[in-house]
Every structure is written in structure tokens, then in C-alpha cells.
Write a new protein. Structure first.
Length: 149
């Protein structure tokens, strides 16, 4: 199967949210309208890159790189925040077509590092692509309850 990989357009957002829904376990709560509302402006922002893989006109894969400045790393750090593939296709082939485009974008935007949070059971996939494990980060989810101390 031949895939075309290109930067996402706002018209691709529905296809991307469909991929995200298909990847969730049955019964997982989600709001595709909220996801779509979050993705639409990211298509246009210079500090994010969203790429899609197309089979014909159908979106069969999507990936997003978000950029942040880092004094510790001496420049911009890209984070692969999203990688979704059509469950009916070869996941490795689709992901393998998206990753080089994200890394090219990261280099072109001046990134000195690219990170990914692999998710459960996905570390081996990313290791095979050249990523290496590092110590975990600490994180705090910001909610209204946290802010009202």
C-alpha cells in the first residue's frame, strides 16, 4: 500500500479524531468535539507540526510534534504528543512513514532533542526507532481544585 504523508490541514481534523476514537479501548470516555476543537488551531501554529498519512483520500495515520524551549537542553525540544494509526493497517508501516516527516520538521525548526511518552507497552517500538529510555519526569495535572488551595 502506498501512503502519502503531508502536513495536516484543518479538513483532516475529523479523520484524525476518528483515528483517536478507534485506538481507545471499548467504553473509554472521550469527547471528539473537544479533541477536534483542540486540534484545529494547532494545524496553523508554528510551534506544532501535525502530519497525516493518507491512503487515497482517507486519513490512516496522524502524528503531532509540539515544541517548547528548554534552557537545560540548549534549545527547542520537540515532543511527539500524538501518534495514531488505522487499526486495520500495518501500524509499523504507517508510523514508520510519519516519524521521518516529524523528525525533518523538528530539525528544520531548530530542535536539539525530540522526546516521546511511549504509553503502556510501547517502549520497544520507540527504542527500535532510535529513542532511548530516560528517567521519568514528575508531572502535576492542573485543575481548578489544585489552584484553589
Amino acid at each position: 500500500m502506498e501512503l502519502q504523508v503531508r502536513n495536516a490541514r484543518v479538513t483532516d481534523v475529523d479523520g484524525i479524531t476518528a483515528l483517536l476514537s478507534a485506538e481507545r479501548p471499548d467504553g473509554a470516555a472521550h469527547d471528539t468535539d473537544t479533541e477536534a476543537d483542540m486540534l484545529r488551531p494547532l494545524v496553523y501554529l508554528p510551534n506544532a507540526t501535525i502530519v497525516v498519512a493518507l491512503a487515497g483520500r482517507k486519513v490512516v495515520g496522524a502524528a503531532m510534534l509540539a515544541l517548547r524551549p528548554s534552557v537545560n537542553h540548549g534549545g527547542l525540544v520537540g515532543t511527539i504528543d500524538l501518534l495514531a494509526t488505522d487499526p486495520e493497517l500495518d501500524e509499523e508501516a504507517v508510523a514508520g512513514s510519519l516519524l521521518p516527516e516529524l523528525l525533518r520538521s523538528a530539525r528544520n525548526k531548530g530542535c536539539v532533542r525530540v522526546e516521546v511518552e511511549p504509553g503502556a507497552g510501547r517502549a520497544a517500538r520507540w527504542s527500535a526507532m532510535g529513542f532511548r529510555e530516560e528517567p521519568q519526569r514528575l508531572a502535576l495535572q492542573i485543575t481548578a481544585a489544585v489552584l484553589q488551595r
